[in-house]
Structures are given as structure tokens and as C-alpha cells.
Design a protein around this ligand. Structure first.
Ligand SMILES: NC(=O)c1ccc[n+]([C@@H]2O[C@H](COP(=O)([O-])OP(=O)(O)OC[C@H]3O[C@@H](n4cnc5c(N)ncnc54)[C@H](O)[C@@H]3O)[C@@H](O)[C@H]2O)c1
Length: 347
């Protein structure tokens, strides 16, 4: 392996350009060497802008390049599986954007492929790399909260449905559950010490769909023509874990209530915690006491990508592993299945 890790980008849309590329460019041991995109002209433009050597016609051509060590998978959700299988087969290390896939079967195939190939695979669960998240995680690891037996995770957007493929089921696999629920459910589960999920009860709602509300901002995929609205716009539910712990969650892209931002609350036998504003709920000298640690600042995408590169270089298992991707996929698809069947389901 050359001194600099040579990176290829599979998918050159919004997240690749606004988050992955700047985060790689902030590292001094990386070279961006190759890019491909279904829209070839987009790949050409990105390659020219960042001086990348190779513009490939597709992901197969990209992963076949001898001078690519690792790839970022930044395509629509429906292509994560093909990209990961191709990269693993070619022996490339992989950072995969969230969600891991659209189904549990896909996620399990991806796990098998990366394990057989022996490559580093990391899920892009970027919220784990927020500075405030890292404080809660460190304290949980030290046992500050005791046993965490209950948690609440959520992200309600009043009018924040993304524009583009996100609302097209064939490309996304789902709405806010799979798009932003993945972030808050994963983050909270990570704080809880990753207990094994065993059952899910949930409901999803398709009530608002498309809207023309003025004065609101929305995440835009780079192509926003051909819009369809097939996905849910909100969901709520309850997850049970093998150790008896439980998690309640709620998510929306559109709902008639206040925006909550990302929230995650954990409740333990010794103390609890809430993200943003970061607060630890404990006792001090026999009195109730709220602590507000100062987490400092971190660019979460830069921290995520730094961790990916370090794991490759040191042969370490990433904090957000392939197993974590599979477990979270089981919860996400369990939510849809439970909603469809109108009952709690085992996962
Ligand atoms: N971590 C985060 O906070 C975050 C935020 C936004 C999006 N995302 C994830 O990033 C991914 C991309 O989202 P986006 O907002 O950048 O969308 P986007 O539409 O702007 O970009 C996706 C790009 O992938 C290309 N593409 C699709 N299928 C392809 C294939 N088979 N081969 C090559 N290129 C292909 C598209 O042409 C497009 O240019 C999604 O999985 C999304 O969930 C993550």
C-alpha cells in the first residue's frame, strides 16, 4: 500500500461533494484518484474540479483499478449493495453511506462479502462522530450510567422532506425511517452498548406527502426532476432488546408539530443523559445534579473519515462495523414489517 491511501468515489452527488470530498481533502494521507456516477458528466466535472486521475464509466471499472485502495459508497440507497459487493470482491476497503441497504437480506450478503474479502468495512453512521455523542459514549463505556434500560430517540422535521430520489421507494427503500431514523436509532443503540434487538412494534404514516409550503428548506439530491411521493412521512415505535432494555422512537420528514432536531435520551440505573444540549442527569452529594460537560468541537464527517483511514492503516475494526449495519437494518426493516402487519414482530 502506498503511503497515501488512494480513494475512489462511487456516486458523486450531494453527500459525496458536500461531505466526503471535503473530509478527505482535510486529511494529509489521502489522494482522491477516481470517481464514477450514473450521470457521467457529473463524474467528469468532479474529477476535473479535484484533479482526480480516473473518471470511470461505472463502479466495476472503478473497483478494478489497481491504484484505488478504498472507496466511499455515496450512491442512492438501492445501489449500496452492488457497490459494496463489487468493491469487496476487488479487495477494496469500504466506507458505506447510511442506510447500509434497503433490506436485511442485502445487508447480510454485504456482511458475508466483506468478511470473506477481509477488507475494512465501515458504516457511515456519522452522528456517532459528533463531539457531544462521543462524550455520552465515553461515559457509557466507563459505566457512568449503570445499566441503561430505557432510551428515547427521535428527529421530527415539520417540513423537511428531501427532494429527489428519497421519496421514490425503488431507489430509497423507505422514507424518514430509513433516511433519518437510521441516524437516531443507531446513535441511541450505540450509547446503550448495542444490545441485541429482538422485537419491534411500529406504525408509519403517509399523511402529508408532497407539499408546497413556502419558506422552508429541504435537503436536495442533485437530481430533483421526476419526483414521486411513495414513502411514509412519519413513524413511531418501540424496540425491545434481549437484555430487557427498550427504546421508543419517532421520526418525521413532515408533521404538524415543532421541529425537534436530532434527539437521543438514555436512562440508566445510576444516571441518564440527553444529547443537544448535552446534559448528564445524576446525583451529587445526595442531591439531584445536572452536569453539562463541554465536548469541544468536532467536524463529524472529518472525524468519521479520519477513523475510517486509521482503521485501514492499523487493521482495526471500525467503531461502526458491518455487524452494526446489519443489526440496524433489522430494526429499520422490522419497523416497516410491524407497521404493515399491525403488530409487534420478532426480529
Ligand atoms: N450521512 C448523512 O448525513 C447523509 C446525508 C445525505 C445523504 N446521505 C446518503 O448518501 C447517499 C447519497 O445521497 P445524496 O443526497 O448524495 O444523493 P444524490 O442524488 O445527490 O447523489 C447520489 C449520486 O449517486 C449517483 N448514483 C446512483 N446510482 C448509482 C450507481 N449505480 N452508480 C454510480 N452512481 C450512482 C447518482 O447519479 C447521484 O449523482 C444516500 O445513501 C443517502 O442516504 C447521507
Amino acid at each position: 500500500m502506498s503511503k497515501k491511501l488512494r480513494i475512489g468515489l462511487i456516486g458523486a452527488g450531494n453527500i459525496a461533494q458536500s461531505a466526503h470530498i471535503p473530509a478527505y481533502l482535510a486529511q494529509d494521507d489521502v489522494e482522491l484518484v477516481a470517481v464514477c456516477d450514473l450521470k457521467h458528466e457529473r463524474a467528469v466535472e468532479v474529477a476535473e474540479k479535484y484533479g482526480m486521475k480516473h473518471v470511470c464509466k461505472d463502479m466495476d471499472e472503478l473497483v478494478a483499478l489497481a491504484d484505488v485502495d478504498a472507496v466511499s459508497v455515496c450512491t442512492w440507497n438501492n445501489a449500496h449493495v452492488t457497490a459494496v459487493l463489487a468493491a469487496a470482491k476487488a479487495g477494496k476497503h469500504i466506507l458505506c453511506e447510511k442506510p447500509m441497504s434497503m433490506t436485511v437480506a442485502e445487508a447480510e450478503t454485504m456482511k458475508k462479502a466483506v468478511e470473506e474479502a477481509g477488507v475494512t468495512f465501515m458504516m457511515g453512521f456519522v452522528n456517532r462522530f459528533r463531539a457531544d455523542s462521543q462524550v455520552i459514549y465515553d461515559l457509557a463505556q466507563e459505566g457512568r450510567f449503570g445499566d441503561i434500560y430505557y432510551a428515547k430517540a427521535g428527529w421530527l422535521r415539520r417540513r423537511g422532506t428531501p427532494l429527489g430520489w428519497f421519496t421514490d421507494l425503488s431507489k430509497s427503500g423507505g422514507g424518514p425511517v430509513i433516511d433519518i431514523g437510521v441516524h437516531v436509532i443507531d446513535l441511541t443503540w450505540h450509547f446503550m452498548g448495542k444490545p441485541k434487538p429482538v422485537a419491534v412494534s411500529a406504525a408509519v404514516h403517509h399523511e402529508i406527502g408532497d407539499y408546497k409550503t413556502k419558506g422552508v428548506s429541504r435537503w436536495e439530491a442533485l437530481d430533483t426532476d421526476n419526483l414521486v411521493f411513495e414513502t411514509e412521512d412519519s413513524a413511531a415505535g418501540f424496540v425491545r432488546f434481549e437484555n430487557g432494555a427498550t427504546m421508543a422512537f419517532e421520526v418525521s420528514w413532515a408533521i404538524n408539530g415543532e421541529d425537534t432536531g436530532v434527539y437521543s435520551k438514555i436512562f440508566g440505573t445510576k444516571a441518564g443523559a440527553s444529547l443537544d444540549p448535552l446534559t448528564i442527569y445524576g446525583e451529587e452529594g445526595g442531591y439531584l445534579a445536572d452536569a453539562k460537560p463541554n465536548p469541544g468541537r468536532a467536524n463529524s464527517f472529518a472525524a468519521e473519515i479520519r477513523h475510517f483511514l486509521d482503521c485501514i492503516k492499523e487493521g482495526k475494526q471500525p467503531l461502526s462495523s458491518v455487524d452494526d449495519g446489519v443489526q440496524i437494518q433489522k430494526i429499520l426493516n422490522g419497523i416497516y414489517q410491524s407497521a404493515k402487519e399491525g403488530r409487534e414482530i420478532q426480529i
